[in-house]
Structures are given as C-alpha cells and as structure tokens.
Design a protein around this ligand. Structure first.
Ligand SMILES: Nc1ncnc2c1ncn2[C@@H]1O[C@H](COP(=O)(O)OP(=O)(O)OP(=O)(O)O)[C@@H](O)[C@H]1O
Length: 162
C-alpha cells in the first residue's frame, strides 16, 4: 500500500462553521476519472505498484490528481482497497498523502490522491534523481523521523477489528 512514500507536503483538514471537521474526500465517478486522465492514457502513467498503475490527471477545477487503478479484481485486492481508503479517509497528517476520494463501479476500484510533483522517496534515494539532489545524513534523519510520524498517525487512529 502506498501510504505516502512520496515527497509530500501535507494539507490540513477542511474546516467550516464552528471549527467542525468536514470530510475532505468524495466519491468520484468513473466517467470523471476517465476524463481527468485522458482515458488512462499511457502518457499519463506515473508509475506502477502492487495494486496497479498510477496515472496523473487534472480535474475540471484545474487541480492535479494521482489515480491508482486496480489491476485485477480479487477478494484480496478489494480488501486492500477498502483498508487503504478507510485509513486515509480518517487520518490527515502532514507526512501522509492526502486522499481526494475513491471510485468503485462494477469491478473498477480506483483511489484518488493529491498529485505529488516531487516524486517518490525511492527515486531520490536510489533512482534517477539521486545524483541531482544529494541527501545528507541530517536530511535523511528528518525524512526517517517524518516517515515514522506518518506511520504512527495511521496506527493511533486504527482500531483492530475483533
Ligand atoms: N500521489 C502521487 N503523486 C505522484 N506520483 C505518484 C503518486 N502516487 C504514486 N505515484 C507514482 O506511482 C508509483 C506507484 O505508486 P504505488 O503507491 O502504487 O506504489 P507502491 O507504494 O510502491 O506500491 P504498492 O502498492 O505495491 O505498495 C510511485 O512509485 C510513484 O512514482
């Protein structure tokens, strides 16, 4: 699961009225995500993980998104999808990727995140960007601590199912 090993800057909770927390995610239609990603065009592909491919997209309001599209439907994949959506919908943390929403139509399962233009941590440590920006030990420590804080935020709000 990709809970945010991206180089990201976080976003706070949407607030309205008397400081009441509003959910900042929504359900997307498949049609809307087709339009945003130019029908999941290969040119829009950002990468691939265990769940499926991730595509860059742009919504009608101009905001940029990353859409993770399930490769093959199975009970296990459905469970992973539900867990990732459930946790990210509940947890907002500056070091975690923000959930924009999800789409579940027929056997299509898609998760919509904020687009992170700075690519993955892996690419900065070992990939194509590792020579451009050398991360000294102080910055590496800060990244490790920040990552641990993000992971801790997911576990403190997750109740084990009994
Ligand atoms: N929000 C995003 N913004 C920009 N690029 C992204 C975003 N999410 C994922 N990507 C790109 O897509 C690739 C695959 O992402 P994904 O989250 O599926 O990978 P993963 O976490 O390595 O895989 P797994 O699902 O197997 O844990 C990333 O390495 C990254 O290049």
């Amino acid at each position: 699961m990709g809970f945010g090993s991206m180089i990201c800057c976080g976003k706070g909770l949407d607030r309205k009225g008397q400081g009441k927390k509003q959910p900042s995610w929504r359900i997307f239609s498949l049609k809307e995500l087709h339009a945003a990603t130019n029908n999941f065009n290969y040119d829009n592909k950002l990468g691939e993980g265990g769940f499926g491919s991730v595509y860059w997209g742009q919504l009608w309001d101009g905001s940029q998104i990353a859409v993770k599209r399930l490769k093959v439907w199975s009970n296990k994949a459905e469970m992973e999808f539900a867990v990732e959506v459930e946790i990210l919908a509940r947890v907002r943390h500056k070091n975690l990727l923000s959930l924009r929403g999800y789409c579940a139509e027929g056997q299509e399962r898609l998760i919509v995140y904020d687009y992170m233009p700075n690519l993955s941590l892996l690419s900065h440590l070992h990939g194509q960007h590792s020579s451009e920006c050398l991360l000294d030990w102080k910055r590496r420590m800060n990244i490790a601590i920040g990552s641990a804080e993000g992971i801790a935020a997911t576990s403190t709000t997750t109740q084990p199912h009994t």
